[in-house]
Design a binder for this molecule. Structure first.
Ligand code: TEU
Length: 555
């Protein structure tokens, strides 16, 4: 590879494991470390470079592990520290890396830090969390709402003061103005890196610093304080700078971050983060006040949004690339067609995603085109966000049918059903009873069937895309240019590096699409162009794309 000064992760693909639903090794119906170990061959075959594990630490599981009560231990639901060490060694032996989730905007209310903090206003750890006195008139400290419905403040009887929780009641926010708390977090991170992990995905890391004004009485909601940059630079000095010989990766999850924010967070000269998860493109298909206010998505809005991020981070910083994760609906159901063109749309969207400039993230199950859950009753849901919103919306007068319709489209549980490994009982996920229902199409959509389906295998197509990033500098580093930005059916762009040039053409519709030869010089040439990858076996020279056909041409 000629561009040897580019960081290693410019050619890498990350695979996200949400352990609870990946694979169950002990038959209790919940995925675990033994299950992950049993499936490492699948991940190695796919060719991914990095595995990111959603939280496996000790937790009361109020928010599926994003509520941590002990950062230094594995929850018994998932296994033991010894099993973790074995898993890490096996991952490394297969040439992959392993990244942990770092959840330090908040802890569980069962964490010993919080037990100490809530015990008394004079506790030495009182200031490790965000406390506000009860107002004489009974009003809350601010107007902030929790992401999981209801106010973001909880009155704690022990001291008759409120604590802040941006998420569930059981997830009190840490106070990053406190230097001792920060030092405890750094020490914890250092222990995991000493153990051998290869980096962190940092949960809502732009939320750790709140402006003082946004915490004043009457303030409407969270505002990011610029000190977040100081905190990340300090973290870099205290944790990452010690390890120049290690190939580590950091990605900060940042709801609401702008392109300008991301440039600052990911400029390598500033020593903050390697990349961020931005949310602009997953916020285009809902109303301003709620993710459950479902709105239609225009393809032009989606591709223009991603293109703005491509341009904004072209010279400084780096993009992460994702269309789905454990908080989002399944990408094929949301952006593609989970009916007749499930395979075509899953592969077309995969090609578009993997061929942008940035580091792609594959969410478990997306490599076989898994779909939304299709739940029809509230009893089938497990996620705290969905259950709380259901209750709140009904109390506000919404109909059960409307609420279920919105959940069916947007609940996080859509992406949290068990990975479908086979057509067998419980989709081969567990020998027991799964903790959440298996999606009804598992007899048809599963790893075994997909991998046996030859040219129609989503897995094999994804594997080839990951390999292309390893092989082609133009995929890693080529400049991005969006074509036909206003077209509501065609997603087309080029990547250019020196003499190398790729043209990506994806028909994002279920009807044939006639290409305009004026779109790109490659289409006007008389010779049949060189197809780098495509999801339809025939018709390369034609100017018509089939339904959800993608073609990647060289030249
Ligand atoms: O998510 C942060 C976040 O703001 C959202 O994506 C959120 O989960 C929700 O869907 C908004 O409607 C992170 C984690 O990825 C998520 O799983 C956790 O629940 C959350 O932080 C709290 O730790």
């Amino acid at each position: 590879m000629p561009h040897t000064d580019a960081p290693w992760w410019t050619s890498a693909t990350v695979y996200q494991i949400w352990p609870r639903s990946f694979a169950d090794g002990d038959g209790d119906g919940v995925g675990d470390l033994a299950g992950i170990r049993s499936k490492l061959g699948h991940l190695h075959d796919l060719g991914v470079d990095v595995l990111w594990l959603s939280p496996i630490y000790r937790s009361p599981q109020a928010d599926a592990g994003y509520d941590i009560s002990d950062y230094d231990d594995i929850d018994p639901l998932f296994g033991t520290l010894d099993e973790f060490d074995e898993l890490l060694a096996e991952v490394h032996a297969l040439g992959m890396k392993l990244v942990m989730d770092l959840v330090v905007n908040h802890t569980s209310d069962q964490h010993p830090w919080f037990a100490e903090s809530r015990s008394s206003v004079d506790s030495p750890e009182r200031d490790w969390y965000v406390w506000r006195p009860r107002a004489a008139d009974g009003s809350l400290p601010t107007e902030w709402r929790s992401f999981f419905s209801g106010p973001a403040w909880q009155l704690d009887p022990a001291t008759d003061e409120h604590y802040l929780h941006m998420f569930a009641v059981g997830q009190p926010d840490l106070n990053w103005r406190n230097a001792e708390m920060r030092a405890a977090v750094h020490a914890m991170m250092n222990r995991w890196l000493d153990r051998g992990v290869d980096g962190f995905r940092m949960d809502v890391i732009n939320f750790i610093a709140k402006t003082p004004a946004s915490l004043e009485p009457g303030a409407a909601g969270f505002e990011m304080d610029p000190s977040v940059h100081d905190h990340l630079q300090e973290m870099h000095r205290e944790v990452f700078a010690h390890r120049p010989d290690r190939q580590l990766i950091t990605v900060g999850e940042m709801p609401g971050a702008t392109v300008d924010d991301a440039v600052l967070f990911t400029d390598q000269q500033r020593h903050e983060l390697d990349m961020v998860f931005q949310f602009e493109h997953v916020d285009l298909d809902h109303g301003p006040d709620s993710k459950f206010d479902v709105r239609p998505l225009r393809l032009s809005a989606l591709k223009r949004s991603l293109a703005r991020w491509q341009e904004g981070l072209a010279d400084r910083g780096w993009n992460s690339l994702y269309l789905g994760n454990h908080d989002q609906p399944r990408l094929v159901s949301r952006f593609g067609d989970d009916g007749p063109y499930r395979v075509e749309s899953a592969t077309a969207l995969a090609a578009v995603l993997h061929l942008h400039r940035g580091t792609p993230y594959v969410y478990q199950g997306d490599e076989i085109g898994m779909t939304n859950a299709g739940f029809t009753s509230i009893e089938q849901y497990r996620d705290v966000e969905s259950l709380n919103w259901h209750e709140e919306a009904l109390a506000a007068g919404a109909s059960e049918a409307d609420v279920l319709e919105a959940l069916r489209s947007r609940s996080r549980d859509n992406a949290r059903t068990p990975v479908q490994w086979s057509a067998g009982a419980a989709a081969g996920f567990t020998t027991g009873t799964p903790w959440i229902g298996v999606t009804a199409n598992s007899a048809e959509v599963n790893v075994e069937a997909d991998r046996a389906s030859g040219e129609r295998s989503v897995f094999d197509f994804t594997r080839r895309l990951i390999a292309l990033r390893h092989e082609l500098p133009v995929v890693q580093l080529g400049a991005f240019a969006l074509l036909a930005p206003d077209d509501e059916r065609l997603w087309a762009f080029t990547r250019t590096l020196g003499d190398e040039r790729l043209l990506v053409l994806a028909n994002c519709s279920g009807e044939p699409y006639d290409l305009d030869p004026g779109l790109d010089p490659v289409l006007r040439r008389r010779s049949v162009p060189d197809l780098v990858i495509g999801n339809t076996p025939h018709g390369i020279g034609s100017l018509t794309l089939g339904p959800w056909e993608v073609r990647v041409l060289r030249g």
